[in-house]
Design a protein around this ligand. Structure first.
Ligand code: DX5
Ligand code: ZN
Length: 219
């Protein structure tokens, strides 16, 4: 089993001091930084784009795990790659050709991720799994931080992990949305090896980031 990694979402950070928030995440033991990019069209919320990612790039050596909730996504992939993204994750619904977008990300020498909404089936990506570096299982409907975890996704993670083992594949299984100290064990046991968390990391224990990351890792 792969060691569990934590990818804190800066959606819950104080946007007026992102560089020091990222420093705290790094010092607190984060393995990567999850960046939620929203366009007010694919999802009903707006966040940040390539210029902000570019400005933050020199403030940490941690990989940027960039979750693109934008449509159409294909024409913007290079902008995010150039800005310093290391993992670029897209939603199948946001591109005309999923395989073309995966290949585009791989040609840019970045890790290609595909995100599945709670109602998007594994069959959407099954034939491309050997080309994908990471599957991001959404445990909330994308758009906002602080939502409630949808427990039905645990069986989806289990199914995906079984397919992964049966086909002898090596992609990461990341879970995103409503992760807390209570439900993290269930997703890890189901096969997830990367946990995204915004609210729990920035708000629990009066915002003690280090303690919250350590707690999530030790479960
Ligand atoms: C939702 C985002 C998530 C979310 C995680 O659209 O993709 O990354 O902000 O935040 P919490 O942990 O607050 O659910
Ligand atoms: Zn996300």
């Amino acid at each position: 089993m792969k060691k569990v990694q934590i990818s804190p979402s800066i959606l819950s950070a104080d946007f007026s001091k992102l560089s020091s928030e990222i420093k705290k995440l790094e010092e607190g033991g984060a393995d990567m930084i999850h960046v939620d990019v929203m366009d007010g069209h694919f999802v009903p919320n707006l966040t940040i784009g390539p210029p902000v990612i570019k400005s933050l790039r020199s403030h940490t050596n941690l990989p940027f795990d960039v979750h693109l909730m934008i449509s159409p996504v294909h024409k913007y992939i290079k902008n995010f790659s150039d800005a310093g993204a290391d993992i670029i994750t897209i939603h199948p619904e946001a591109t005309d050709s999923l395989i073309d977008s995966i290949n585009h990300i791989k040609n840019l020498k970045k890790k290609a991720g595909v995100s599945l909404n709670p109602d998007t089936k594994i069959s959407t990506v099954e034939k491309y799994l050997d080309k994908i570096d990471l599957i991001l299982i959404m445990s909330v409907y994308p758009g906002f931080g602080g939502q409630k975890f949808i427990p039905e996704v645990v069986s989806k993670i289990k199914t995906l992990n079984e397919i992964k083992k049966n086909k002898n594949l090596n992609f990461d299984i990341e879970v995103d949305g409503g992760i807390n100290f209570e439900n993290s064990k269930s997703v890890i046991e189901a096969g997830a090896n990367i946990l995204v968390s915004g609210t729990t990391i920035f708000k629990e224990n009066s915002g003690d980031i280090k303690k919250n990351i350590e707690t999530l890792k030790s479960i």
